[in-house]
Design a protein around this ligand. Structure first.
Ligand code: 2IT
Length: 447
């Protein structure tokens, strides 16, 4: 495989799209050896086709704020790859959303979805709409305006969006309300992450965080370790961090830090159930401040402005917020403070320098596309329940989520075990995902 040439071509077509190029580079580095053993892939130009999205929709979203002023944002849906099923992936509402971010997320999603064992292709979408400081009414008007453009790009068998950063159950409700009005289609399976009374799967809100902790358990078990009594530092306080904190505590770990864009809250005695519940209020408030936790629980949650969760002494680091949130310097600080494991829960949460540092310094590391796949996997389970017009109970969903995370771990071990016996989870996840998508593309001909 001519990695340098492929990267140069991609850069020429997508100049300056840093996150996108970073994600592709990481995957190509991992799969090069396996790819070269399959001349049929080379002949069909599988990689050259796989790195480009199938199609991109870009649209203007105009809405009126509470002051009566007209606001304009950009909206996108990137349908990345449909080799193994209909397009599937979240919507991100964040002020920093640009095509590069959504292309990297759609690319990653393709491999992640392949790992889940379920038949889902990869997609991502979103808007540069900034939910911070917006009222509930403004969120509703924006979601409605966004859907007036998105509705005819999606469908329960074509493309099934869900939440991501800035899009949770509330937003999915507003989006679906407008979808059914415009499409006159009443199949709730067009979106996942819905409310529990109208087709949403039990445990979908918890699934990304729960799945991440199940994966972490398997990884620790393989390394002869466990979670009990271990100190966990996690970043963020949104839906993913909330699910991760809930399950980490339940499994006997002690969550000693959460963080936000404003700084970190250290929780020396470990997070309590009350604090975990309060994370939901913090997210719903749209204030985007982790300091609120310290104000609510004085003396128990200690806020430091401008610091990251990675400055807090821990055994296990769980990035749960945003891409590139953990730098090489952060990795060095973590290691110096005794951290020996990092499971990436956010998509591409660690910078390449951080990953290399962990891997070269004996810190167990697993990438987001394996660790966080429980979220989209449970979206897949929601689609199945919708298609069958039934809902499963919590045990059924949790058992299936467990099975899927175990299977993802096994795929990483199968494809990532190195000559000396240690598991390279980055290689394992990338090769396993790639082999599935590449095989499907090959079998479907040159399209
Ligand atoms: O990054 C992700 O996997 C998600 N935001 C979830 C996507 C989904 O379709 O549930």
């Amino acid at each position: 495989m001519k990695t340098a040439e492929i990267m140069a071509n991609l850069e020429a077509k997508h100049p300056g799209e840093k996150e996108y190029l970073q994600a592709v580079q990481e995957v190509l580095e991992s799969i090069e050896e396996v790819y070269n053993q399959h001349p049929e892939f080379e002949k069909a130009k599988i990689v050259e086709r796989m790195v480009e999205p199938d199609r991109i929709f870009t649209f203007r979203v105009t809405w009126v704020d509470d002051k009566g002023e007209v606001q304009t944002n950009l909206g996108y849906r990137i349908q990345f790859n449909s080799a193994i099923g209909p397009y599937k992936g979240g919507l991100r509402f964040h002020k920093a959303v640009v095509p590069s971010m959504l292309k990297f997320l759609g690319f990653e999603q393709t491999f992640k979805n392949a790992l889940t064992t379920l038949p889902m292709g990869g997609a991502k979408g979103g808007s540069d709409f900034d939910p911070v400081g917006k009222s509930n009414d403004e969120i509703m008007r924006f979601c409605q305006a966004f859907m007036t453009e998105l509705w005819n790009c999606i469908g329960p068998d074509q493309d099934i969006p869900a939440g991501d950063v800035g899009v949770g159950g509330r937003e999915i409700g507003f989006l679906y309300g407008m979808y059914k009005k415009l499409a006159r289609e009443y199949n709730t399976g067009v979106l996942t992450g819905k409310g529990a009374t109208w087709g949403g799967s039990i445990l979908r809100p918890e699934a990304t965080g729960f799945g991440a902790l199940y994966f972490t358990q398997h990884l620790l078990e393989k390394a002869g370790k466990d979670l009990v009594g271990k100190k966990v530092a996690l970043s963020g306080f949104g839906n993913v961090a909330w699910g991760a904190a809930t399950k980490a505590k339940e499994l006997g770990a002690k969550v000693v830090a959460i963080s936000g864009p404003d700084g970190v809250c250290e929780i020396p005695d470990g997070i309590t159930d009350e604090m975990i519940n309060y994370m939901l209020d913090m997210r719903a408030s749209n204030r985007n401040k982790v300091e609120d936790m310290a104000t609510k629980f004085p003396g128990k949650a200690l806020f430091t402005a401008g610091k990251k969760a990675w400055s807090v002494k821990c055994d296990i680091a769980l990035p749960c917020a945003f891409q590139n949130e953990l730098s090489e310097d952060d990795a060095k600080e973590l290691k110096a403070n005794g951290c020996w494991c990092c499971c990436e829960v956010s998509n591409m949460g660690c910078q390449p320098g951080a990953i290399h540092f962990f891997q070269n310094n004996g810190v167990l590391f697993a990438p987001g596309k394996a660790v966080n796949a429980g979220g989209v996997a449970t979206s897949g389970l929601e689609m199945t329940q919708n298609a069958e017009h039934i809902s499963w109970d919590a045990k059924e969903v949790d058992d299936k989520l467990h099975f899927i995370m175990k299977s993802i771990h096994e795929q990483c071990v199968k494809y990532g075990t190195q000559a000396d016996g240690h598991v390279d989870y980055v290689k394992g996840a990338n090769i396993a995902g790639f082999m599935k998508v590449a095989t499907a593309m090959l079998e479907q001909g040159i399209i």
